[in-house]
Design a protein around this ligand. Structure first.
Ligand SMILES: O=C(O)CCC(=O)C(=O)O
Ligand SMILES: [Fe+2]
Length: 299
């Protein structure tokens, strides 16, 4: 699931004249998609690298990938030129978009010591979840570009195959997860992700491996659930942990998660974040992707 960029391609990408991107409402503009695609197609071994990436995300047993862009980050810095390249790779998977009006396409995830530690940009354990879990149409992919890991060495990413975890549960537990009895979070002013889904079912009754496992372990502490449903959700959370993989994102690593297959989270950052200057703390950029209607991954 870790994909290196062939050195010939890396060299060509460093010199690639990608223009500033444009947006059309919440989506990356079609003209930008076409321009980026045309530039990338002309670079050596690009098609095979993009195919490998798509296969890691949607092929048999796949569901996430880490594209290693560290050398490019080192060569280009982590500003606009690097971000355009990451955007161009993302666009090879699906259409980049921002569900948050007035926010840029890429959203900063820094470290805030006084925030709820279990939430985005908090310092604690960020439990297994899908992003925008309470939208009728969550992003098909969530992506995280690591600009700076925790300088104190904490915060490995965690990933787990949601359908595999569900398959290990009893029939009774799965039946509870298929009931429309769960809710989480707030919902306002979002683009491109449908309506608020409240309450929702975690399993949607489609065939195993199809559809979302609409889950966030954060609901265990932050939503009031009836006891049988809370217990079923707890069992799923435990199975996700049992099946997890974890790794530390390095500078320039680009993690892409197929939200129809895998759930993600992050271990706690190392203690002592208060003593790290804000400018040196862990920094990720987040971007969401919408699958194209014709690519089969949204079936
Ligand atoms: O900090 C991380 O590595 C993950 C953050 C995350 O999952 C989120 O903000 O949605
Ligand atoms: Fe997330």
């Amino acid at each position: 699931m870790f994909i290196d960029i062939p050195s010939g391609l890396e060299a060509a990408l460093i010199d690639l004249p990608l223009p500033t991107w444009e947006v059309d409402g919440p989506f990356l503009a079609e003209s930008t998609l076409e321009r980026y695609r045309a530039e990338l197609k002309a670079t050596p071994r690009f098609e095979e690298t993009a195919a490998m990436l798509r296969n890691a995300l949607t092929g048999e047993g796949g569901g996430y990938a880490v594209l290693r862009l560290g050398n490019l980050a080192e060569a280009l810095g982590t500003g606009d030129r690097f971000r355009r390249l990451a955007t161009a790779f993302a666009a090879e998977v699906a259409v980049p978009f921002s569900p948050f009006p007035r926010w840029p396409l890429w959203k900063d995830i820094g470290v805030k010591v006084d925030k709820d530690p279990g939430k985005s940009s908090g310092i604690g354990y960020n439990a297994f979840h899908m992003d925008l879990v309470n939208a009728t149409l969550p992003p098909d992919y969530t992506t995280l570009l690591c600009l700076r890991p925790d300088p104190l060495g904490g915060g490995p990413s965690i990933l787990s195959d949601a359908h595999a975890a569900v398959a290990r549960l009893s029939q009774d537990t799965r039946a509870l997860l298929a009931e429309t009895a769960y809710h989480y979070g707030t919902f306002f002013d979002l683009f491109g992700v449908g309506e608020e889904c409240k309450p929702f079912s975690i399993l949607d009754g489609s065939d195993p491996g199809k559809g979302f496992v609409r889950f966030t372990a954060k609901m265990l502490e932050r939503s009031e659930l009836g006891q049988p449903h809370a217990d079923a959700a707890e069992e799923l959370a435990e199975e996700l942990v049992r099946g997890q993989v974890s790794f530390m994102l390095q500078p320039g690593d680009y993690l892409i998660v197929n939200q129809r297959r895998f759930l993600h989270g992050r271990e706690a950052l190392h203690g002592g974040q208060e003593s790290v200057p804000v400018a040196d703390r862990r920094l990720l950029l987040q971007l969401f992707l919408r699958a194209r209607a014709d690519d089969g991954s949204s079936e």
